[in-house]
Design a protein around this ligand. Structure first.
Ligand code: ASP
Length: 353
């Protein structure tokens, strides 16, 4: 897969190149003469971290054939949820400090419909449950045992999500039993020395996947799913299932998602903030930068060693990203440039230790 990637370490200008969407005949007929949304770059999928590359490819099988962005993002994030090699999303996610794997996920359509689950145990695909919450209930968010009960009623299978590898990493952590939940752990040097034990920081360990998609009509959707911080307190919920924090989508403007320390994102209603800044005229890039600056300005000391990253996409298909710390990457997929992984610019150019 890596030889398919064009890992750009430079500016995000590369992401704004024009791209014509590959669409079904029916969808193409509905487009303007140019085959693009006026002013837009066409259909595009973006998502956080390197596991976004295969996830985007799965999403593109839907979006690139004229499917709805909501179906595309759900299909896309199923890939890392099922991947046993990553320990921060879905099955095989690292557990909380009690050894329980608890998952958070949300999904949102650009028309305002949304659904989410938080602290959900035993269900391998929380994003599917989030979509059921959206479609089969009058609610937005179900948590803990209630979310599990609902999932079982909906026909989901109860499973043990703690893999032997994740259990081993948890036991390793228990040796110190220091309560230090870890997010964006790939930047922590001390973990690299023990990555062969499956600790955070291993090659395939990245955090939340947040995925945003726009089709050639300017319709948007987003999905966000994670096992959250490794070794967190049981019951801790991050930003990912909170609409407006980890994810926000509005067809009138654009969409945003986040990764990193969820508490900081929740405090600042991060994804909502990014979308509202775009509504006021900022580009996706400018909006992500301003949101990061806002977070850092509010708690400069606390956020010095902390990672938060935002990814945004507007209804014209233009995208942008920004993070506090170096190391945040995101994947972009559209028909002209296919899929690629891009290094996000950041406020601090040094990784934290
Ligand atoms: N935002 C996630 C959380 O706080 C974790 C991450 O993306 O690093 O649960």
């Amino acid at each position: 897969m890596s030889n398919r990637r064009d890992f750009l370490r430079t500016s995000l200008l590369a992401t704004s190149a024009l791209a014509l969407p590959r669409l079904s005949r029916a969808a193409t007929a509905a487009l303007s003469v140019s085959g693009k949304v006026p002013g837009g770059v066409g259909a595009r999928v973006v998502s956080t971290w390197d596991f976004g590359v295969p996830a985007n490819q799965a999403a593109w099988t839907v979006l690139g054939n004229g499917g709805h962005p909501l179906d595309a993002v759900e299909t896309g994030v199923l890939v890392p949820e099922a991947d046993l090699r990553n320990h921060s999303v879905g099955r095989a996610g690292y557990p909380d400090r009690d050894g329980k794997v608890t998952l958070d996920a949300s999904i949102m359509d650009g028309d305002g419909r949304c659904g989410a689950v938080a602290a959900l145990e035993h269900i391998a695909h929380p994003i599917k449950v989030a979509r059921k919450v959206m479609e089969d209930t009058p609610h937005v968010l179900l948590v803990g045992d209630g979310a599990l009960e609902f999932a079982l009623q909906e026909g989901f299978k109860k499973e043990d999500l703690l893999t032997p590898e994740s259990a081993k990493a948890w036991h390793e952590w228990l040796k110190t039993a220091k309560y230090t939940p870890v997010a964006n752990s790939e930047n922590l040097d001390y973990h690299r020395t023990v990555q062969n034990l499956g600790m955070p920081g291993g090659k395939n360990n990245h955090d939340t996947i947040g995925m945003l998609a726009v089709d050639a009509h300017g319709r948007l959707a987003g999905a966000c799913t994670t096992s959250g911080m490794a070794w967190k307190l049981h019951g801790r919920v991050g930003d990912s299932p909170i609409i407006g924090a980890g994810l926000y989508v509005d067809n009138e403007v654009g969409a945003a998602t986040s990764t990193g320390v969820g508490e900081e994102v929740i405090r600042n209603a991060g994804s909502f903030l990014v979308v509202e800044l775009m509504r006021q005229g900022r580009s996706p890039q400018q909006a992500c930068e301003e949101a990061v600056h806002r977070i850092v300005k509010k708690r400069p000391e606390a956020t010095k060693d902390m990672q938060v990253g935002f990814l945004a996409l507007n209804r014209d298909g233009e995208c942008g990203a920004y993070a506090i710390q170096k190391g945040f990457t995101y994947a972009v997929c559209d028909v002209q440039q296919q899929d690629r992984l891009i290094a996000s610019p950041s406020l601090y150019q040094t990784t934290y230790t």
